[in-house]
Design a protein around this ligand. Structure first.
Ligand SMILES: Cc1cc2nc3c(=O)[nH]c(=O)nc-3n(C[C@H](O)[C@H](O)[C@H](O)COP(=O)(O)O)c2cc1C
Length: 252
């Protein structure tokens, strides 16, 4: 690989690094934006079909360390959808609001709570096929697109050829506009870091209920943003599939 290509490949890192020369601008922007005191509303989709999720209690007998040890990426998954109880547990545990200012289990740069979680359901089950948004405050799913064709999603997410089955896809999205206003170009690093926190929550909680969230790296961001009808400032960050490991399926 030529030096020029390598430098272009690293442009994102280069343009978002902090150093002594650009730190004052970064700091002053934060001070200015904080002084403006803008309050952000959690994202919600009023007027679309809603599906209430079960509110489940924490399970004190489930060991965090045991769950971390057992988590594995499985690639032979059933096509069944999780029950609303299982979904309710995973979603509230991974990304629900559990404190003031929309705080939840995911650390959030500047407390801006800029991560949105979407789910794509293919075969009808507990969920009609479609695209859903997880409403963190209301603990419900809002169906924002009716129907989801497996073949069309396979074309947008080439990583889907690497596993069998799967009940639904997770799509982690960042409200880029919200974070960029405060952090400039570094915002996009923060969103990716936060998405990693959220994905780990999804992986661990799925594993704790006998399911698997398998993270995916190959997907077409712009096509997915269009299909989800995302606002212009949003960025698609990370995808995963959720499925129940087939009985004999080992992780690879
Ligand atoms: C950023 C990222 C992208 C990944 N992309 C894929 C993928 O596209 N397809 C896949 O089958 N696994 C993918 N994985 C899962 C890894 O292959 C898996 O975590 C790794 O093999 C270690 O196995 P374990 O998760 O069971 O510990 C991805 C993991 C990460 C962190």
């Amino acid at each position: 690989m030529s030096g020029r290509v390598a430098a272009a490949d690293r442009l994102f890192f280069h343009c978002t690094e902090l150093d002594r020369t650009n730190y004052p601008e970064f700091r002053d922007r934060i001070v200015r934006v904080e002084s403006e005191g803008v309050v952000h509303e959690a994202r919600s989709y009023p007027g679309v079909p809603r599906l209430a999720l079960d509110r489940v209690r924490p399970r004190p007998w489930v060991s965090l360390e045991g769950t971390m040890r057992r988590r594995r990426s499985c690639r032979v998954l059933s096509t069944a959808q999780p029950s609303l109880r299982v979904l309710g547990r995973i979603l509230h545990g991974a990304h629900g609001v559990n404190a003031e200012l929309d705080r939840g289990p995911v650390p959030s740069g500047g407390g801006l709570q800029a991560l949105e979680l979407y789910a794509i359901a293919f075969a009808p089950g507990g969920l009609e096929a479609g695209v859903y948004h997880y409403d963190r405050r209301g603990h419900h799913l809002s169906r924002i697109v009716e129907g989801a064709e497996h073949a069309a999603w396979l074309a947008r997410v080439p990583s889907m050829v690497q596993f069998e089955g799967g009940g639904l896809l997770w799509v982690l999205v960042g409200d880029g506009a919200r974070v960029e206003r405060k952090y400039g170009p570094r915002a996009f690093r923060f969103l990716l870091l936060e998405a990693g926190h959220l994905m780990q929550n999804l992986c661990l909680l799925s594993s704790s209920v006998g399911w698997c969230t398998l993270p995916l790296g190959g997907f077409f961001e712009k096509e997915i943003a269009r299909e989800l009808r995302l606002p212009a400032g949003d960025v698609v960050l990370y995808l995963a599939v959720l499925g129940r490991p087939a009985p004999s399926a080992g992780a690879i």
